[in-house]
Structure formats: structure tokens, C-alpha cells
Design a protein around this ligand. Sequence first.
Ligand SMILES: [Fe+2]
Ligand SMILES: [Fe+2]
Length: 373
Amino acid sequence: MSSGRENYREDVVGRANVEDTPELLAYYDELEALEAGALWTVANKIEPWEPQSSSVPMIWRYRDLREHVLRSVKLVTPEKAGRRVIYLNNPGRRDVAAAVGWLYSGLQVMHPGEAASAHRHSASALRFIMEGAGAYTIVDGHKMTLNANDFVLTPNGTWHEHGVEASGSPCIWQDGLDIPLVNTLEANFYEVHPDLSQAVGHPVDDMTKTWGNPGLTPGGGAWDKGYSPLYKYEWTRTYEALSRYAEATDGSPHDGVLMEYINPVTSGPVMQTIGASMQMLRPGEKTTAHRHTGSYLYQVAKGKGYSVIGGKRFDWQERDIFCVPSWAWHEHANLSDGDDACLFCFNDLPVMRALGLYREEAFADNGGHQPQD
Ligand SMILES: [Fe+2]
Ligand SMILES: [Fe+2]
């Protein structure tokens, strides 16, 4: 797969090219004994010509994982496990338990009548609901009811807990967090709620009813936190918005009809470190490839198709999860000629943008499509 990387030679002026001599090797040893080193021995490695992700393009197929996730219910209780979650392990990122880049993800399962203890942490978190009925989450005293394809925030520092009503059915949702990032920044705190659960202090779903009205903001509404007050983005409204937008746009050549979930107060990302979007690929739509910095984890919310990532094709259907590592070429295709397909995505774009590290490039050759392995 051509990435342009093979065009980068290290034997050029401006790159480190010092040949070892007995004198230099002795010198390096002396430096090493002082916990120091000569930059030219590592410079080309620590400053690659372009981003070199250690993450591997991956797909986790729901039909493979689902039974295993459900089996964990018999094996551990939420009380013992804290959170009953099967996490997604990228082969290149096992050392930091990341699904891709600095993003963690897992599948959490709960049976009717179960609840997990309330806690909070510096890591920002989100849920994307996969199946079941009667799930709820409580974030800082705000209780939200959850349905399939709803997208929910548990921003950094907020108390949160999850459960399933006794009248519900077994529920599975995807968790997404920036744990690896926050750990790398050495800034992660974790606290268990002193009462193990929190009182609901507001009408159910009040944040969505207050902040989730298109083009309208509550009179006198004040919000100055760094994350969105709209804790829950309902699927029905998201799908309606995409369908309406699709009537009015040609969409992006790389993403089809894509809308970003936003903080309605700032129009910025939903949380400071994690952004999210939902995109619709119209019947038969095939996008062209591009690449950009940042790490991206997708869940198929609707439909079936495939994505070509780093020159490899990954076929997907509803509930499958796949990742696009930083700077990997990728393109998407909807395999149905009659139905649209929808991809939920969360990513570290807010971090990339805030730090001035976002960069994007379109695949110029071969009609915009990657040659496949
Ligand atoms: Fe949590
Ligand atoms: Fe992309």
C-alpha cells in the first residue's frame, strides 16, 4: 500500500547520518552512564517524516463478540467487576489498552435490575447504545433513558452510573473513553461515589428536553462548563437531521452526509478531548479515500458495506466496530442499493485541533481509490 513513506530517504542532508566508529561507540557508552545520549543516534526514529501509528486497522465483528459479552453476565457481577465490560484491544496498542491511538473502548452488558456503582474520573466517556430496553444512565443527578443508537456523554469529572430497569431486557452498549490519553498526560483521577449511587435531582431526560431543540436555546440558559450540556443525543432526531441534510447537500466526497455532534452552547465538540459524528452513506454510495491525523473508532449504526483502510478491505454490518488509525488512508462504501448506511464515529479530533496538529490529505491517484492488498 503506497503511503508515500517509501519516498522518504534518511540518507539525505538534514537527517542524521553518523556512522559508528570505536571512538563514537565509547562516547555513547559514557553518555549512557550519565543518563544522556546523542540526539543523532535516535533523531530519525523519534522524528519520522510523517505520523507512524502503532495502531493496526481493525474490525471487531459483533457476531463474534456478542455471545462472549453476554457470557460475562454469568461470570462476574457488576459489584465485583466495578464495570462489566469486554474491552477492545488493538494489537499495536495492547500496552495501553487502547482500541486505536489514545482511545479506549469496550462493550458493557447489564441485565434487568442491575446497576453499577456511581463513580467519576478525569477521563471523558461516552456510550453508544447497541441493544436492549430499559437502560438508563445518571450523570450528575440527571437521569437519561437510553435506546438503540442513542449517544450519551459522561464528561470528565461528572458522577455517573448506569443500570437497566427491572422491567427491561439485557442491554449492551459501547463505551468510549480517552483513558490512554489521560494516562499518558499523567492526569487521571478516579473516585467511587461515597454513597455508591446518586440521587436523581431533576426530571428524567431534562438535559435533552432543555438543550436538544434544533436552533433553539433555553431563555436565560447559562452553561459555562467545557463540555456539552446536552448529555444525550437521541437517534431518532439524529437520523432525521441526517435525512434532511441529505436532501440539501451532495455531501463530502470522503464521508458522504456527515454531521458532527456538538455542544449546543459553543457549536464546538461535545467534550474537550473527544469528538463524535454520525454519517450517512446513501444507497450505493462509495466515497473516495483521504487520510488525516487523529484516531477514529466507528460503530455501524445502520446498514452494511465496507471500508478500505490502509489498503485492506473490511466488510461491516450493523453493530460492527472498526478503527482508522492516524494518517491511514480510508474510504467507505454502502453495499445496499436500496438503503442508507450510517456510521457513528468518535475520535480525538478536538485534541488534534486544539493542539494545532490536524492535517488532512486526499488520495490523488487511481480515481481516489486505494489499491487493495
Ligand atoms: Fe466511568
Ligand atoms: Fe476520514
